[in-house]
Design a protein around this ligand. Structure first.
Ligand code: ZN
Ligand code: ZN
Length: 881
């Protein structure tokens, strides 16, 4: 190894470049064995310039999994993709070029999107490589590429053929800001300040007034009915009549329906087309009129008369003010309520009747729940989120979007009879705006003109196909069937992702892949949490607590960030803590320095195994076996923090602090063999976590060494430690407890020497150990230069326990004994007390055991000095001082 300190800046960059250039992590296509293939369905990020913590945290955990399974003999497919066909890319392009998509022809705008995205993607790829991820960079995809467009359109056609898709003119969830229909999963609840308005309506004819309460008076022109609960005795007489809408003057029926919430407002509600989900139910159940007052961009329509053209928020204020002038506004009070908003832009959604494409979902909820149960969930509790989502579904999956950019629907309509014309699978990908339909005339009516579908597919309709994209799913026209280039990777082994997109990405992937293949797409899921700030609060610009991941990755070694990221239980949120990164740095240094020490003590990287191992060496290797087994199991169960902490503690405490200190004083074949065997194993066990420093040391020490017969390693074949085999247990037997105690005894003797400033090789005349270190006598005497070691495995140590004082628990004693406390203290001070059956008798009081603690000391009155080693007493005598 080179002299001096480890230089992570240079070493990490060097290895990252080399891994990419050498294609170290390329998926070995030729194997194609489903039993050895191990595939990770990496989340394709949407494109933006910066790393965010989700990328750093999530990717590192995926990478640990990839490296672990690769070393365990699996052919790992760790691909990477960009999700660049959605609204995010469209918005990025608009922002970057300062343009609006509406001003461009679709293909022209798409071209701009692709250009802008390509730049950002190149940047981002560099950053991902800078984290040292063991991604196979030959296996990358972009969801906007023709290959993926083909997969996406094939999926559409297949589901259409299977009767799982339909087009319907119906109320759909609509974002007036983004001007597109969206699906239920893209909405979220937001607490917003608003007002509750009590508005006076009148009964047509009689002129009797009644009150309707609403948060959305701007929907008055869209009112099509008024509802009363059938149990509402007070207002029952209104049912069957008509109500006149204030300001707008049109009459609507008054109807009884048990969906009315009698607890809110006056108990009489208006139904508008549409204010919410219940309005839609009423509209359908009672066959009501359609009065559309709000258009695609959130402005009022001609139905609103004088308010036409106003934005809904502006119209609200104007209508309230006019109601007030007319005396129809009875009350207005401020409230905070839950508003359903578009998660991307935060704007409240509307419901517009439009023609949209849907994937049928609601009829198969039970099957999709069952599919979710078939996967192993890490952590298990995340399945409940999936379950709740599926159970709460109210809409089929709306997949058409009124956007410029994205993957087109492979669909035309007959200009005369509206018959759907679907592209031939072999022709895909197509863009109906520029390509011709597969027929010359409508099969229904013979008409020869067609209207292209100009909507694009929901981006999730494509990203939900990543397992099939990775497996090379395609349509074989000659065979008339779907095929896969890499059937061995499907179903994929792991779907890693954030918990925030279980309802989006995971659920949609299950639907799509299950429908196309009849199989669940994953063996397991691995759900990571979010990165929080140091105080476990969400990072946000407004709070000013955002830590920039790019800056952190600049400042600390990547391996330190990897160490920190692995300090989490899977699924849990992880606070960003600099001390976590610093602990990683320290471990890297420790590993480096320990490696140098091993090299100096055992210069030969692969020493011969001696005929007989010293008991201590046998013990260390047996302990390492135990740690290896624990670690393997934890990594298989994705228990990252337990895996990390267990290995670190064993390496730092047992190997470095105890064993290495002893080994420094030995010069025998058994020690040399053990040092090297343990060292190689430690490097491998740390490799998935500390990917760079282990590679650096491995390369220096072992990459072109001779074979290691004992553990079956073939180092010559393993140029990179990451392609080396994960160790198998050596299977050595040793007395665990005796070895542990022997270590403690040596540690106590070493401390004894250093406390007395004796050289480490100073002779100790007699050492008596009152504990079982049998089998390790030679190790103790040899290392610590003990002339006469006497082991008493069963005998009681000649040590007495004396009481040296009493500590009162003032929190309880104070209130209980008040003014007598000084007397009790004085009695204790003077030694005038008794301990009787655990109680303290002093100054006329009897104190209960929880009111005090007894301080004791162990004393030895014979020759020599008493040392403590774990639970055992050790007595040392040095005669010639
Ligand atoms: Zn929006
Ligand atoms: Zn037709």
């Amino acid at each position: 190894m080179p002299s001096g300190e480890y230089d992570p800046d240079a070493a990490e960059a060097r290895w990252q470049r080399r891994w990419v250039d050498d294609e170290t992590f390329a998926y070995p296509e030729e194997t194609a064995d489903p039993d050895t293939a191990f595939a990770i369905d990496t989340p394709p990020p949407t494109v933006s310039g910066n790393l965010h913590w989700g990328h750093v945290y999530g990717s590192i955990l995926q990478d640990v999994v990839a490296r672990f399974h690769r070393m365990n003999g699996r052919d790992v497919l760790y691909p990477f993709g960009y999700d660049d066909n959605g609204i995010a890319s469209e918005r990025l392009t608009e922002r970057e070029l300062d343009i609006r998509h509406q001003d461009f022809e679709r293909r022209e705008f798409q071209r701009k999107c692709r250009e802008v995205c390509r730049e950002y993607e190149a940047d981002f790829t560099e950053k991902m490589q800078g984290m040292g991820l063991s991604i196979d960079w030959n296996n990358t995809y972009r969801t906007i590429s023709p290959e993926v467009q083909r997969v996406s359109q094939l999926s559409f056609v297949d589901l259409y053929d299977e009767g799982r898709e339909y087009r319907e003119q119906a109320p759909a969830i609509w974002c007036p800001e983004c001007e597109t229909a969206i699906s239920q999963v893209e909405t979220e609840d937001d607490e917003q300040d608003s007002h509750f308005h009590d508005i006076e309506f009148t009964v047509a004819g009689s002129g009797e007034g009644f009150t309707v309460s609403t948060t959305r008076p701007e929907l008055l022109p869209a009112c099509v009915a008024v509802f009363v609960h059938p149990d509402d005795d007070e207002n029952q007489h209104l049912v069957g009549g008509e109500a006149t809408i204030p300001l707008f003057g049109h009459d609507v029926p008054i109807i009884a329906d048990d969906r009315v919430d009698m607890e809110t407002g006056s108990g009489i509600v208006m139904c508008c087309t549409f204010g919410d989900q219940t309005d839609i139910e009423w509209y359908q159940a009672h066959d009501l009129d359609l009065r559309v007052a709000i258009d695609e961009s959130g402005h009022l329509t001609d139905v609103a008369g004088p308010y036409e053209g106003m934005h809904s928020s502006e119209a609200r204020e104007a209508i309230v003010s006019d109601l007030e002038d007319e005396g129809a506004l009875l009350d207005r009070r401020a409230i905070t309520h839950t508003v359903n908003v578009h998660e991307r832009c935060g704007v409240g959604v509307e419901f517009l009747v439009t023609e949209q494409w849907y994937i049928r979902v609601l009829d198969k909820r039970e099957e999709y729940l069952q599919a979710g149960r078939e996967m192993d969930w890490f952590p298990e509790k995340m399945f409940t989120r999936y379950e709740h989502w599926v159970e709460g579904l109210q809409w089929d999956w709306l997949i058409s979007r009124q956007r410029s950019s994205g993957i087109p629907f492979p669909v035309w309509y007959c200009a005369d009879c509206d018959r759907e014309i679907i592209a031939a699978k072999d022709d895909l990908p197509v863009d109906p705006l520029s390509d011709d339909p597969p027929v010359d005339a409508c099969p229904e009516c013979g008409h020869e003109e067609f209207v292209p579908e100009d909507d694009v597919l929901d981006t999730w309709a494509t990203s939900s196909l990543t397992p099939l994209i990775n497996a090379g799913w395609d349509w074989d026209e000659a065979a008339g069937e779907f095929t896969m280039d890499r059937p061995e990777i499907y179903p994929m082994d792991v779907r890693p992702q954030g918990h925030d997109i279980i309802s989006f990405w995971l659920f949609h992937t299950v639907i799509k892949c299950y429908e196309h293949t009849g199989e669940v797409p994953f063996e397991s899921t691995m759900i990571n949490g979010m990165v929080l700030d140091e105080n476990r609060e969400k990072m946000s610009k407004s709070k000013g607590n955002v830590v920039d991941p790019d800056a952190v990755m600049e400042q600390f070694p990547v391996d330190a960030a990897r160490f920190w990221a692995a300090g989490s239980s899977i699924g849990d949120d992880l606070p960003y803590q600099e001390k976590g990164l610093r602990a990683g740095e320290k471990l890297i240094r420790k590993l480096w320095n320990a490696s140098k020490l091993v090299e100096s003590l055992a210069p030969e990287p692969y020493p011969e195994q001696p005929d007989e191992l010293a008991e201590l060496d046998r013990w260390l290797l047996a302990e390492l076996d135990r740690e290896l087994e624990r670690l393997t199991e934890r990594l298989e169960r994705r228990e990252f923090s337990k895996a990390r902490d267990g290995l670190r503690t064993f390496f730092w405490g047992t190997f470095c602090d105890d064993y290495l200190e002893i080994a420094k004083q030995r010069e025998d074949a058994s020690a040399r063999y053990t040092l090297r065997t343990a060292h190689r194993r430690f490097l491998k066990l740390f490799a998935p976590l500390l990917a760079h420093v282990t590679e650096e040391i491995w390369h220096d020490e072992y990459a072109d060494g001779a074979a290691d017969g004992a553990s079956g390693e073939t180092p010559a074949a393993a140029e990179s430690i990451h392609l080396a085999d994960w160790p198998d247990p050596l299977g050595l037997e040793a007395d665990h407890d005796a070895g542990e105690l022997a270590m403690a005894v040596v540690g106590a003797l070493r401390k004894f020497k250093s406390d007395r400033q004796l050289p480490l090789n100073a002779a100790l005349d007699v050492v008596e150990v009152y504990g079982d270190v049998r089998g390790f006598e030679d190790d103790v005497t040899g290392v610590m230069h003990v002339e006469d070691l006497r082991v008493h495995p069963d005998a009681e140590a000649p040590v007495e326990t004396v009481t040296t004082g009493i500590d009162l628990e003032y929190a309880t004693v104070g209130p209980a004994y008040g003014g007598d406390v000084p007397d009790i203290e004085a009695a204790i001070e003077a030694g005038e007390y008794e301990l009787v059956d655990g109680e303290l008798h002093a100054a006329g009081h009897e104190l209960a055991p929880e009111e005090f603690t007894v301080e004791t000391d162990r004393r030895y009155r014979g020759d020599g000095e008493l040392l403590e080693a774990d639970d055992a007493a050790v007595i040392v005598r040095v005669d010639a001082e």
